[in-house]
Design a protein around this ligand. Structure first.
Ligand SMILES: [Fe+2]
Length: 182
């Protein structure tokens, strides 16, 4: 428990469990803050024939993810754990690397972003499992977020699907590899 945690949490949870949920949300907050910055970076750096479609597709998702970050932070505060939205803490605590693609074509960015979404969604889903025994209200918040994230990942994948139903970057394990295969 961080020293500046509150002495309370939401009703019906032990203070210990409430604060454990809050700590778990801190990493999800960092993950989604990182995601919205990464999406903006892609919005600025895509090039190619279908530039405008992808450039404009990204902005509503960025706004949605920013809203998710706000929801996570305010849920943390309600649980009695002060949310940290600062970039230094994000970089110090994240378990993933910075997005590795700069100026690149739409399909290169989308293939790399598909891998970014895999990581964020898998981690959200792991926490949904953990929350099954801890806090169903917070679990419900994360389930709602995953539903929207997976819907947008389908938008991404629809650009990368071949007629056989496979993805152009299938099997890629790094963003650069995915971009190269797309
Ligand atoms: Fe813009």
């Amino acid at each position: 428990m961080a020293t500046n945690d509150a002495t309370f949490t939401v009703p019906g949870l032990s203070v210990e469990d409430g604060h454990r949920v809050g700590e778990l949300l801190q990493i999800r907050l960092h993950a989604l803050n990182d995601l919205q910055l990464t999406l903006k970076h892609a919005h600025w750096n895509v090039i190619g024939r279908d530039f405008i479609g992808v450039h404009e597709m990204l902005d509503p998702q960025i706004e949605l993810v920013r809203g998710f970050v706000d929801d996570l932070a305010e849920r943390m505060a309600a649980l009695g754990v002060p949310p940290n939205g600062l970039p230094g803490d994000l970089v110090a605590r994240r378990t993933w690397e910075d997005y590795s693609i700069g100026r690149a074509t739409t399909v290169e960015h989308l293939a790399a972003l598909d891998l970014v979404y895999n990581g964020v969604i898998e981690d959200h889903r792991k926490d949904i499992q953990i929350l099954d025994d801890l806090d169903l209200v917070t679990q419900d918040m994360l389930i709602g977020q995953v539903q929207e994230l997976e819907k947008f990942q389908w938008f991404i994948r629809a650009h990368l699907e071949n007629t056989g139903g496979g993805l152009r970057h299938e099997g890629a394990t790094t963003e650069k590899d995915a971009a190269a295969k797309a």
